[in-house]
Design a protein around this ligand. Structure first.
Ligand SMILES: Nc1ncnc2c1ncn2[C@@H]1O[C@H](COP(=O)(O)OP(=O)(O)OP(=O)(O)O)[C@@H](O)[C@H]1O
Ligand SMILES: [Mg+2]
Length: 358
């Protein structure tokens, strides 16, 4: 913002210090003056000669008053300038840090020493804000890098397929088309997942009453063929679980969890349990599945974008690693949270807690 130049806060503070001192001094001296003048007594300067008090006051008292006021003015200006400078020194550091942040250097911190006061609180709040922004920007950069990398992969594969087809015209076209189709579908899936993620992040969706238990039923029904193909048994249970949110996004959340539970399950005889319930003011959706044993430190990172837990050799599922990131973002957009916990016997329990609709 371009502002017209003005007086600095240091000058303003100095002027107000000096001003207050002058006013206080003036009032004090004025009171004394008034008291002296109150009684129209006369004093004798020489025996037999009387002078009115007013002229004594004017002659003796006035120059002294002026001298005192002048001293107070100089004292107020100098003292005020020094005091204001000391008080405002931390502000210069905060301003420097803000300017550096504005120019993109987010790693700088103010770290103002000293005991707590308003300015130190401001500096600490500013440091905390910088830490958060730095983490957020880092996350966004990693996300953008990962997303571009993931999007480049199907494109690069398509080009290789096309190059091969061009250099070898006798090759079976049907096979190339089939492989191109697979790669293309994957790129579309990835782009759709990215779009979904950004839509949920923007929180720009209409909210209405949604029963999570109905969504859970819908998701399991839709994914039943996949479960049968993977040899996984699906069990749904629970009570009515009303929340306030976007039906499409919450269905996506449920689908992602159930799909994960089916796909990242045992190679055979796996089980998936989906349950909905209400605990106090919270609606809880739990999806549990059998599977490999998972280390807790690994589980805590699974919801990060593009994170794939274990290298899968026994499934043909080629996930992009956005499923849980989408679940987490949708849960946050609905003021809820996603909790992942490994099960002692292997497999995972994913719990989504959302505020119940009242
Ligand atoms: N229910 C689960 N049981 C065991 N492991 C799981 C489960 N859900 C997720 N994981 C692990 O977490 C990783 C990340 O899951 P996420 O859903 O984010 O990605 P994905 O399933 O690999 O790909 P997609 O984006 O297609 O869903 C998975 O690769 C898998 O290793
Ligand atoms: Mg998934």
């Amino acid at each position: 913002m371009n502002r017209p130049p003005g007086l600095s806060v240091r000058v303003k503070l100095t002027l107000s210090y000096a001003g207050f001192l002058m006013v206080a001094g003036g009032v004090l001296l004025g009171t004394v003056w008034a008291l002296l003048l109150r009684d129209y007594q006369v004093v004798s300067a020489r025996p037999g000669e009387f002078v009115p008090v007013r002229s004594v006051v004017v002659h003796v008292y006035a120059p002294a008053t002026a001298a005192v006021l002048l001293f107070l003015l100089v004292f107020g200006l100098v003292g005020g300038w020094i005091l204001a400078g000391r008080m405002l020194a931390p502000l210069a550091r905060i301003t420097d840090a803000a300017r550096m942040a504005a120019h993109g250097s987010l790693s700088h911190r103010i770290r103002l020493p000293g005991r707590a006061d308003e300015l130190r609180e401001l500096a600490d709040a500013f440091d905390a804000m910088l830490t958060r922004i730095e983490a957020h920007v880092g996350e966004q950069r990693r996300f953008a890098a990962n997303a571009s990398h993931e999007l480049r992969t199907p494109l690069a594969i398509s080009r290789t397929l096309l190059d091969v087809a061009r250099s070898d015209p006798d090759r079976d076209a049907a096979e190339v088309i089939e492989r191109l189709h697979t790669v293309n579908t994957r790129a579309i899936d990835l782009t759709e997942a990215l779009l979904l993620l950004s839509r949920a992040e923007q929180r720009s969706f209409a909210r209405e009453r949604v029963d999570l238990s109905l969504l859970a039923e819908e998701a399991t029904e839709t994914l039943l063929p996949l479960a049968e193909k993977q040899g996984v048994a699906l069990e749904t249970s629970g009570e009515i679980a009303p929340v306030n949110g976007s039906p499409a996004l919450l269905l996506q959340l449920t689908m992602n969890l159930v799909q994960n539970a089916i796909v990242h399950n045992l190679p055979a005889h796996g089980v998936v349990r989906v349950n909905t319930g209400v605990r106090a003011a919270t609606v809880v959706l739990t999806v549990e599945n059998t599977g490999e044993k998972l280390a807790p430190h690994l589980v805590s990172t699974l919801a990060e974008p593009f994170r794939r837990g274990t290298e899968r050799t026994h499934t043909d599922h080629a996930g992009v690693g956005l499923g849980l990131a989408i679940v987490r973002t949708i849960a946050h957009a609905h003021d809820g949270r996603l909790i992942l916990a490994p099960l002692p016997a292997g497999g995972l329990r994913a719990t989504v807690e959302l505020p119940a609709q009242t």
